[in-house]
Design a protein around this ligand. Sequence first.
Ligand SMILES: Nc1ncnc2c1ncn2[C@@H]1O[C@H](COP(=O)(O)OP(=O)(O)OP(=O)(O)O)[C@@H](O)[C@H]1O
Length: 250
Amino acid sequence: MSIPMLELKQVSRQFGPLLALNQISLRVQPGERVALVGPSGAGKTTLLSLIGGALRPSSGEVWVLGENLSRLNARRQRRVQRQIGMVYQQHHLIGNLAAIHNVNAGHLGRWPLWKAVGSLVWPQEVETARQALAQVGLAEKLYARTERLSGGQQQRLALARVLVQNPALILADEPVASVDPARSHNLMQHLQRLTQQGKTLIVSLHDVDLALRYCDRVVGLRQGEIYFDQPSTEVSPGQLATLYALDRAA
Ligand SMILES: Nc1ncnc2c1ncn2[C@@H]1O[C@H](COP(=O)(O)OP(=O)(O)OP(=O)(O)O)[C@@H](O)[C@H]1O
């Protein structure tokens, strides 16, 4: 069997006295499309941050691409990091730069410093950036100032940056927040297409319908624990109602 893209081994994370994640074990194979759903505060963002390496577990182990994230030296950590692309609620774009510079930020883990700095004056790899923007329907926005793009366009720009990075694993934290329903479907279709090209997707979603429609596996989180983990075709309305209702009762 191939090395899992991701493996969490009894991972817990505390913030002071608060146990945000409790003994989470999860294995994700390359090419899987996994949705994290659950009520606010269930631990979805914390889980994605642990996988992305932005947070360390309080106990347990996080393995990505066969490497234990806690045991890596700086060089190997960078190598794993380059294989992880992030799409956030806030797009983390630099507003006063042209779209191309934000797209080219996807190269930063690979480009030497001189090239990254030089590209701000004389944009590098323009054709790659143009193709990535074209893939998300923004071909004509290559030199548009980022802050003049609409929220939905900025979201797609953030996705173009991930396309340029070309990671093996994409982590998306509520990527369709503050986007109208048509754009939400459009963005999810883009993400779905990426996994059809062999990438792995782990996406947190408040919209359960999107999770069921675009992901093949759904992990329900509740109060820091996995409440269910199963193919989206097998998730029942009753399970979902309980996932959210239990939290309200707690
Ligand atoms: N940096 C932090 N310091 C203290 N507590 C935190 C921190 N980050 C998260 N938490 C707490 O951990 C719990 C899980 O938060 P998390 O953001 O992971 O939930 P979530 O499922 O992503 O919620 P939402 O759907 O509202 O984004 C919450 O109780 C939250 O308040």
